[in-house]
Design a protein around this ligand. Sequence first.
Ligand code: ADP
Ligand code: ADP
Length: 227
Amino acid sequence: MIEFKQIDKDYSVGDQTIKALHDINFQIETQKLTIILGPSGSGKSTLLNILGGMDRPTRGTVQFNEQNVAALNDHELTNYRRNLVGFVFQFYNLIPSLTALENVAIAAQLTKNDANSLKYLKQVGLEQRLDNFPNQMSGGEMQRVSIARALAKQPQLLLCDEPTGALDSRTSLKIMKILQDVAKTTDTAVVVVTHNPDFEQYGDQVIRLRDGQVESISQNDNPVVIE
Ligand code: ADP
Ligand code: ADP
């Protein structure tokens, strides 16, 4: 569905060039959970920013179905980001003055899918918390709202940046289970960036980055299914 072909990303800092990504090649497929692992500074955020249309590579092609995302103009890139990609962040990024249902409804309205907010909160098991504000929910609940909000856009691609980084291990596993279910049961491809090597076993594909390069890519035909 998405293919990175010979992607480089350089940053200029003063008269220095930082090679944040160098010769990155991989594919992201529908019905699959891709885990991206790597130490701090290895290029994970840069890679996610390019996948999500927040930034463009310096060189290379990002083939998304028939189009090269790397070659889109600003307006087209905004449409790509808005209509095709859902985002889940470490610290949820919910709007504090809106309830769980309202947080999801706002995203649904943007993509004219506003009748279905409830459906997405049910999908993440939060039908009991519709009228709660973020400060009345646990971290795990807030993350579930943020997943429901992302799903309400019916994205082709769900990008999760350290989605369990602020959660205890039990809650983290519940969040990973939801993401695994989304990958398996919908047409949304799921990408999870994490520091946590324990999560490797849950991915259909694991990409390891080091110093801006791909250290390894493994395909896992029998990932551990979270109960
Ligand atoms: P983490 O991957 O641990 O969440 P970050 O992605 O925020 O951390 O940052 C990783 C490294 O990249 C850090 O050393 C940080 O200083 C550097 N970095 C991140 N963003 C920028 C930036 N905009 N300008 C310069 N350096 C940055
Ligand atoms: P990670 O998310 O794995 O921590 P990043 O993608 O944030 O890694 O960073 C990769 C490299 O690029 C690091 O050396 C970082 O310092 C550098 N970097 C990231 N963003 C910027 C930026 N905006 N300007 C300059 N250097 C950056």
